[in-house]
Design a protein around this ligand. Structure first.
Ligand SMILES: C[S@@+](CC[C@H](N)C(=O)[O-])C[C@H]1O[C@@H](n2cnc3c(N)ncnc32)[C@H](O)[C@@H]1O
Length: 352
């Protein structure tokens, strides 16, 4: 992918204002155009917000690396204290059956099954049950999980000119400052991005997380079908995006493809993402924006409220809403790439 950026560049922080050992150079870019060419596809992208171009990050890495898929960084979703393994089984995909993780504070034990570790608050409950909003429950059904990568996901791609692999390249670009670290593929679904992140070798550990047991089953099956897949770097976890089972500052990057609008409370979810990212850690997500020529009409907000009420999903009405969401959850350096209703956003955790 080649990318040409034109516009007004002015240093936001002069290099001499940065630490002596820092190789950072930040530029604030206002209202410019970038052309992206890829094979025959050339599309105009309008970057509508402040972007920070950052080189050679010096922020500390998150958790210890190369832990062989161990419990490091995993935390109890009730108290956020670290989980420790009470069996010797590694926690990578295909090896989680019979795994036991214990919270030494709550004394609660979490278990693994054939496909994933179950790290939701309600795991182990015998009598109590509760259902999530429709947008979450919908993806838990076996039929939707099965159909998802067999046609459903293509709907989202048809909202933009960006094919799946191009979205992956765009995400990788945003993730450059955190390569080599731990990435969480939040709401991974059937794992299309999880597989690409894993096979790219760009991250030391990939944690694929979803609330849907059936999506995780699909993710597991697709991984099993792959030859020479680096399973030892990948862990599948069942968790609620609003209650992430990680210690604070434990991960280098969170990716969330086509999921923000499905979450019951995007603000609680992004706040959780902000909590688990280490300083300098990167959040990249895709979603869609419903604006266009009728954006000013008040009925759109009413429509959204109705959708929220019925489906429990959230429709975004502008890029500014997404920027505001990230900012209010403690993330900085918001930038987005827009094409039609499709949008890819990125923001990062402030470096100390
Ligand atoms: C449209 S799919 C996106 C899947 C995948 N990221 C992709 O790019 O194709 C949305 C996913 O969000 C998940 N999800 C919905 N509510 C969730 C929640 N509360 N916690 C975690 N995941 C959730 C669903 O199970 C589903 O897999």
């Amino acid at each position: 992918m080649s990318s040409v950026i034109t516009g007004n560049l002015r240093p936001a922080i002069l290099p001499r204002q940065l630490g002596k050992n820092s190789a950072h150079c930040l530029f604030r870019v206002r209202s410019f155009t970038t052309s992206v060419s890829r094979r025959n596809l050339t599309s105009k992208i309008r970057l509508s917000s402040t972007i920070f171009v950052e080189t050679k990050p010096t922020a500390p890495a998150a958790v210890e690396k190369e832990d062989g898929g161990g419990a490091s960084g995993l935390a109890c979703p009730i108290c956020y204290y670290p989980l420790t393994g009470i069996s010797d089984s590694p926690l990578y995909v295909g090896a989680t059956v019979g795994s036991n993780l214990q919270c030494n504070t709550c004394k609660k034990t979490y278990f693994g099954n054939q496909t994933h570790l179950d790290l939701v608050v309600s795991s182990g409950s015998k009598q109590y049950d509760e259902s999530m909003p429709l947008a979450t429950e919908f993806f838990r059904t076996p039929v939707i999980s099965f159909l998802y990568e067999r046609g459903w996901r293509q709907n989202f791609e048809s909202l933009s000119n960006y094919q799946f692999t191009l979205q992956f390249d765009m995400a990788k670009n945003y993730l450059k400052p955190v390569l080599g670290g731990t990435i969480v593929d939040a709401s991974c679904g059937s794992g299309m991005f999880t597989r690409l992140f894993s096979k790219s070798g760009l991250f030391s550990r990939v944690i694929a997380l979803d609330f849907s047991e059936n999506m995780l089953r699909q993710c597991y099956d697709f991984i099993e079908e792959e030859e020479n897949f680096p399973k030892e770097k990948v862990t599948l976890v069942r968790a609620d995006i609003s209650r992430l089972p990680f210690e604070s500052s434990a991960v280098d990057a969170v990716h969330a493809g086509a999921a923000l609008h499905c979450w019951p409370s995007p603000s609680t979810a992004v706040a959780e993402i902000s909590r688990v990212l280490r300083p300098g850690g990167v959040f990249v997500a895709t979603t869609y924006i419903l604006d266009g020529p009728f954006a000013f009409l008040p009925f759109l907000r009413t429509f959204r409220e109705n959708i929220m009420g019925i489906a429990g999903s959230h429709i975004f009405l502008s890029e500014h809403e997404l920027e505001d969401l990230c900012r209010t959850c403690g993330l900085v350096g918001f930038t987005c790439i827009r094409n039609g209703t499709f949008v890819m956003i990125s923001a990062r955790k402030r470096s100390s």
